[in-house]
Design a protein around this ligand. Structure first.
Ligand SMILES: C[S@@+](CC[C@H](N)C(=O)[O-])C[C@H]1O[C@@H](n2cnc3c(N)ncnc32)[C@H](O)[C@@H]1O
Length: 275
């Protein structure tokens, strides 16, 4: 309990069970990893790895993968998944993207962080740590949600914020990692030349074997930021209104062409840093 008071970031992600959301994101994790040019023996750090949506496919390609996440429950889930698949080249440990104190300088060929490090506090420290642990000639690839983007996750976070109390003074929104100039500045601040940072728009799909309302329920029950929004809304008697807004959003964005199956594409900013 004491640690929860000290680290609200960790508490947020341990609160729910992100494995229940990640289960809907595996196909996109596989496709993204397939695009990274991973070769056998490559040393890969997956930062904010969750239960291994990108770490496991990287290990299947023969990389030596370390997954680091602030949430103990997700680290355990990742290790269980790797063990169940017999992937001895994939392990998970606890750590904080703002301070990777257990990781040596220049120890990875590739640092991947898909909707992970963007949620850590002190973004300038995060950029510096990612650069520090990447070897010269190596790469950093981040996937970050984009503020005010009309697609799913930016809208979930925007709707949720409207039902939540204002963040504490000095809080830097994770969504700032979706703004190209801000991201470039952070890496320049970490010693990287501006022309070594590049950007592209990419898409992740949320695929759920049921109607969109089932996916809304998964977010309400298992996704820390949405759980918090519902708790705050409940206190003001507005939980039903939040539920309705999310149901409308998920239904409007369902691209499956059927009402009993869900497939929702979400746009993100893909950041590549050549270290
Ligand atoms: C939206 S989930 C994405 C997980 C995973 N990358 C995936 O694609 O399924 C965000 C993840 O970032 C992790 N995270 C949040 N803050 C972190 C921090 N300070 N250091 C490391 N991981 C963090 C959370 O625990 C969670 O697993």
């Amino acid at each position: 309990m004491k640690e929860y008071v000290m680290n609200p970031n960790k508490a947020l992600w341990e609160k729910g069970d992100f494995t229940r959301i990640a289960a809907n994101m595996r196909e996109s994790g596989d496709s993204l990893v397939a695009s990274l040019g991973i070769t056998r023996g490559m040393k890969v750090l997956d930062l904010g790895c969750g239960d291994g949506t990108t770490a496991l496919p990287a290990a299947r390609l023969g990389a030596e993968v370390l997954g680091v996440d602030v949430a103990a429950n997700l680290v355990a889930a990742g290790n269980d998944r790797a063990r169940a698949e017999g992937l001895a080249n994939c392990r998970f440990q606890e750590g904080d993207a703002s301070d990777l104190k257990d990781l040596a300088d220049t120890s990875f060929d590739l640092v991947v962080s898909i909707f992970g490090a963007m949620f850590a506090p002190r973004p300038q420290d995060v950029a510096r740590e990612m650069v520090r642990v990447t070897r010269p000639g190596g790469r950093i690839v981040m996937g970050n949600w984009i503020p005010n983007d009309p697609t799913l996750v930016a809208q979930i976070l925007k709707i949720s914020a409207a039902y939540s109390p204002p963040p504490p003074e000095g809080f830097v929104s994770p969504m700032t990692w979706g703004i190209e100039d801000t991201v470039a500045e952070r890496f320049v601040g970490a010693g990287i030349a501006r022309d070594r940072v590049s950007f592209a728009r990419d898409t992740y799909a949320f695929n759920h074997a049921g109607p969109p309302s089932g996916l809304v329920d998964a977010f309400r029950t298992y996704y820390g930021p949405t759980m918090n929004a519902f708790e705050a809304a409940q206190k003001e008697g507005r939980a039903d209104s939040l539920h309705q807004e999310l149901n409308a959003l998920f239904n409007a964005q369902n691209a499956s062409g059927r009402s009993d199956t869900t497939s929702i594409p979400a746009t993100f900013l893909r950041v590549t840093v050549n270290v």
